[in-house]
Write a protein that binds this ligand. Structure first.
Ligand code: PA5
Length: 470
């Protein structure tokens, strides 16, 4: 495949490579020196893919076949409802939110219905703060709302609690028709949600067994929400498939984008860069940084390696937004501890433009911007920040999206997912589990009185007896 055929993401890693301006950067040889390890990683990943462990890649093509069912359902539901509310958390919420913000109008919910293509408003309830929950219920009419309960495990306390509240509300308000207002996205066979779904007859979509939460955006988890809010899910999948194939087909760190980013991350990590900053210069990508942060943190923050040795690895992801955080965090990036790698994400062509008016009466120090555009100013600020970092000897790289559209966002998702998988190989860890999160989930079950967790409850209560507070 010629990966130049259609618009595609570009990786600019100049800011990582040693030069007269950036003597602390890597030598290209250091990247090339990782090739053997990357080849082994590739072999291992491809065999994991064959054995059903990397279904975020393997099932992409079959998602394309399933998408018709999702679109038909979405198109049938969209005109019936004013609101579409996702109830989910972590991987079951961040993807739908990120895609929506990237591809729909920034003020989508505030648009008049005709400007939304008569599609429902979109809300993601990814927390259990009672104030926010009640305030959402105040905003929406349950008769006019479709709730999408998303939980891979079907056991997550937060989502199940939300589901129980909503089910109760709908039963009271909508009577016998309550189940029409609930669509559930969950595992095909497992979890406590499934028997309720089957008994009460909700519409159901399946999250394939081999795809973990944070890798599940391009399954019904994200595709349903996207389709219902008018996003071109075919193009999302097309872009993802292109990136997937590019990554699987290319050999060599300088031609394989996931290998390149993982190699850079790994070398940086070895050189004490414990923090990975993800800094898009487009407001539409603000929640993409949240999605990336979960992917990177939950996949790579691990205590033990595959042989069970204690290693405590993982870069801490930091979310930032250009240019806003230039006035908040960049001071630290330029002059604080040299422990970060910064990934800028830029968009070459914005879908809107805004010219800054010319006013010759103004002082020259303001006048110079007249006749230029906001996007020129934004990109100038990004380049200037890059330069300031380079002068300070700080490492940075860039992911460049030609435009913010579904095809390019599909590429970005797959790039970051594969990069994470490669990084897991380089760190010799399992990037697809989350034992640290499970511990907290079990503790919650215990404290909330779930049967079978009594001794855990006792342990937690004992631990909590001695308190220091002021
Ligand atoms: O990536 C993950 O696996 C997690 O973040 C889960 O998505 C999150 O814990 C929610 O789990 P579930 O979808 O099972 O309710």
């Amino acid at each position: 495949m010629d990966y130049q055929e259609r618009s595609r993401i570009t990786l600019d890693y100049t800011g990582m490579i040693s030069s007269s301006q950036n003597p602390q950067g890597f030598l290209l040889e250091e990247l090339l020196g990782l090739q053997n390890v990357l080849d082994q990683a590739q072999t291992s990943l491809m065999s994991q893919r064959d054995s059903g462990k990397l279904d975020f890649s393997k099932l992409l093509a079959s998602m394309k076949d399933q998408v018709a069912e999702i679109i038909d359902y979405a198109n049938a539901m969209a005109p019936k409802y004013d609101n579409f509310v996702v109830l989910g958390i972590g991987g079951s919420a961040l993807g739908p939110l990120a895609i929506h913000q990237a591809l729909n109008h920034y003020y989508y919910n505030e648009l008049p219905p005709a400007k939304r293509g008569h599609r429902p408003r979109f809300y993601v309830m990814d927390n259990i703060d009672p104030v926010r929950f009640n305030e959402l219920l105040e905003m929406i009419d349950p008769h006019k709302t479709l709730f999408n309960v998303i939980s891979k495990s079907g056991n997550t306390s937060e989502t199940m609690a939300q589901f129980l509240i909503i089910r109760d509300t709908l039963r009271r308000v909508c009577g016998d028709h309550y189940s029409e207002h609930i669509v559930v996205t969950t595992d095909k066979e497992k979890g406590n949600l499934l028997p309720i779904v089957l008994k009460e007859g909700y519409q159901r979509f399946v999250i394939p067994a081999g795809i973990g939460g944070r890798f599940s955006e391009l399954t019904p988890v994200g595709l349903l929400a996207a389709a219902i809010c008018g996003i071109d899910v075919h193009q999302l999948l097309e872009g993802a498939l292109m990136m997937d194939q590019w990554i699987r087909d290319s050999k060599g760190v300088l031609s394989n984008p996931a290998q390149l980013r993982a190699a850079i991350a790994h070398l940086s990590w070895q050189k004490g860069k414990n923090i990975s900053v993800f800094m898009p210069y487009a407001d539409g990508l603000k929640t993409m940084a949240d999605w990336y942060a979960q992917l990177w943190a939950e996949s790579l923050g691990k205590r033990i390696d595959r042989q069970g040795r204690v290693i405590h690895v993982g870069q801490t992801p930091v979310k930032a937004l250009g240019v806003t955080d230039q006035h908040s965090q960049v001071q630290l990036y330029v002059e604080g501890p040299d422990d970060k790698v910064i990934t800028f994400v830029t968009v070459e062509k914005f879908k809107e433009t805004q010219e800054i008016p010319i006013d010759l009466e103004l002082p020259e120090d303001i006048q110079f911007m007249g006749g230029r555009t906001l996007e020129e100013l934004l990109l100038a600020e990004q380049k200037a920040t890059e330069y300031a970092l380079t002068l300070a000897g700080r490492q940075h790289q860039k992911i460049i999206l030609p435009t913010l559209d579904a095809y390019n966002i599909g590429q970005l998702l797959l790039l970051l997912e594969w990069e994470t998988a490669y990084m897991g190989e380089l760190l010799n860890i399992n990037a697809f589990d989350q034992p640290g999160v499970e511990e907290g989930k079990n503790g919650t079950y215990a404290l909330m009185g779930r049967k079978g967790y009594e001794s855990r409850k006792h342990e937690i209560e004992e631990y909590g007896k001695t308190r220091y507070s002021l």
